[in-house]
Design a protein around this ligand. Structure first.
Ligand code: G3I
Length: 354
């Protein structure tokens, strides 16, 4: 190409390269129909169960909306390692089969969680060092087996007690002391140097003791070179709590430490006071306003720290909240029980429309 033509050509290239960064960043054409998959400037994900991947209604939604998947329960230790006789890889393989066919990220949840320790390990009668070897071998096995195929893991979930910031007295803590956390992160890093390692918890926006304990752990890790890449704020919130200010005040110090932030389990109680028995316009408005508030803030986080927002379920009757709060009249997700998108769903798309 003659030099007289290179300059205009390069100029045109430059224009395209500097175009609005509203592209999805995942290599997809920008002229696709707006959706949660290709409109937001960060991955939107959903927690699902294996059975959902055999249901066309779920699959249609996931193909349309999901750039990330979390397993609601089937990638936890009690499912993958149900007995000391061996690891069951089938659940992960099933999630990855869908994800790799549909260019969707898989966020692993969770390598260690006190609530999903298999019974045989919870009641382990061997020595502490034998216990530690089992945990180490499990983490190294799972992470290395799926090296390059699972983008990230919640390496440790909910290590701190509510309202005190003390370490939970889990079997991991009892057998290994607080070092179980750093060892889990180190083992995972050694098994897959490219894996993104998250610490995930709830209540770290409004429980100052728990939050400060997490910050102390992060600072200690960073001082000692213990690998950690991000923090998951579970975001099991209500339409009116915690405040956006509290969310911003909790997130900013994580960004200041150069860590990614994942809103990892978003659901929004619109009926925390148990007022109504049907999802009416008021509840819809509450959900939409809160979604707009949370997504509106999250999009302002610098791009390199936006790991994404994952809804903890697809449609309202998926939600764990109905059982947990013993209130069947709760509608915390962006699809209704008939797989229909709510106004809040459209509000997210509209927010990112040029
Ligand atoms: O699907 C099976 C069903 O076939 C079987 O008959 C039934 C009885 O055994 O179990 C059903 O699976 C249950 C699953 O939820 C789906 O309902 C599991 O036993 C049950 O353990 C599982 O609970 C999950 C829980 O974590 C424990 O893993 C919830 O779905 C899930 O929403 C919840 O998620 C946690 C996050 O991991 C961490 N943050 C808090 C969040 C809510 O507790």
């Amino acid at each position: 190409m003659k030099s007289s033509k290179i300059i205009p050509f390069l100029f045109v290239l430059l224009i395209f390269a500097c175009s609005d960064s509203n592209s999805t960043g995942n290599g997809e054409e920008e002229n696709l129909e707006p959706s949660l998959r290709n409109s937001p400037t960060f991955p939107v994900g959903f927690a699902i169960q294996q059975q959902h991947l055999n249901n066309g209604n779920y699959v249609n939604i996931l193909r349309e909306d999901a750039r990330s998947l979390s397993a609601e329960y089937e990638m936890k230790m009690n499912i993958l390692y149900p007995s000391s006789s061996g690891i069951n890889y089938e659940p992960i393989n099933n999630f990855l089969e869908y994800a790799e066919l549909n260019d969707t990220r898989v966020h692993g949840h969770a390598l260690i969680w006190h609530s999903s320790t298999p019974g045989w390990l919870e009641n382990f009668s061997g020595s502490d060092s034998e216990f530690e070897s089992i945990v180490e071998n499990y983490i190294r096995d799972i992470v290395s087996t799926y090296k390059g195929r699972i983008a990230s893991w919640d390496v440790v979930n909910e290590a701190f007690s509510d309202g005190s910031g003390e370490y939970r007295n889990s079997v991991f803590y009892q057998k290994m002391g607080e070092t179980y956390i750093e060892k889990a992160f180190q083992w995972a890093r050694e098994a897959d140097p490219d894996l993104l390692l998250f610490y995930n918890d709830y209540g770290t926006i409004y429980d100052q003791d728990k939050y400060l304990a997490m910050i102390r752990m992060i600072d200690d890790f960073q001082d000692r070179g213990i690998p950690i890449d991000g923090v998951g704020f579970q975001m099991h919130v209500s339409y009116n709590f915690p405040s956006l200010e509290a969310i911003e005040n909790a997130v900013q110090p994580i960004l200041d430490r150069g860590l990614m932030v994942h809103f990892s389990e978003l659901d929004i109680r619109v009926n925390p006071e148990g007022e109504q028995v049907d999802f009416n316009a008021e509840f819809s408005n509450r959900l939409t306003a809160r979604v707009e508030e949370i997504f509106g803030y999250y999009r302002t986080i610098p791009g390199q720290y936006r790991y994404g927002i994952t809804f903890w379920g697809v449609k309202d009757d998926d939600t764990w909240l109905r059982d947990f709060w013993q209130n069947q009249n709760e509608w915390p997700l962006i699809y209704d029980e008939n797989f229909q998108p709510k106004e809040a769903h459209q509000a997210i798309i509209d927010m990112f429309a040029d």
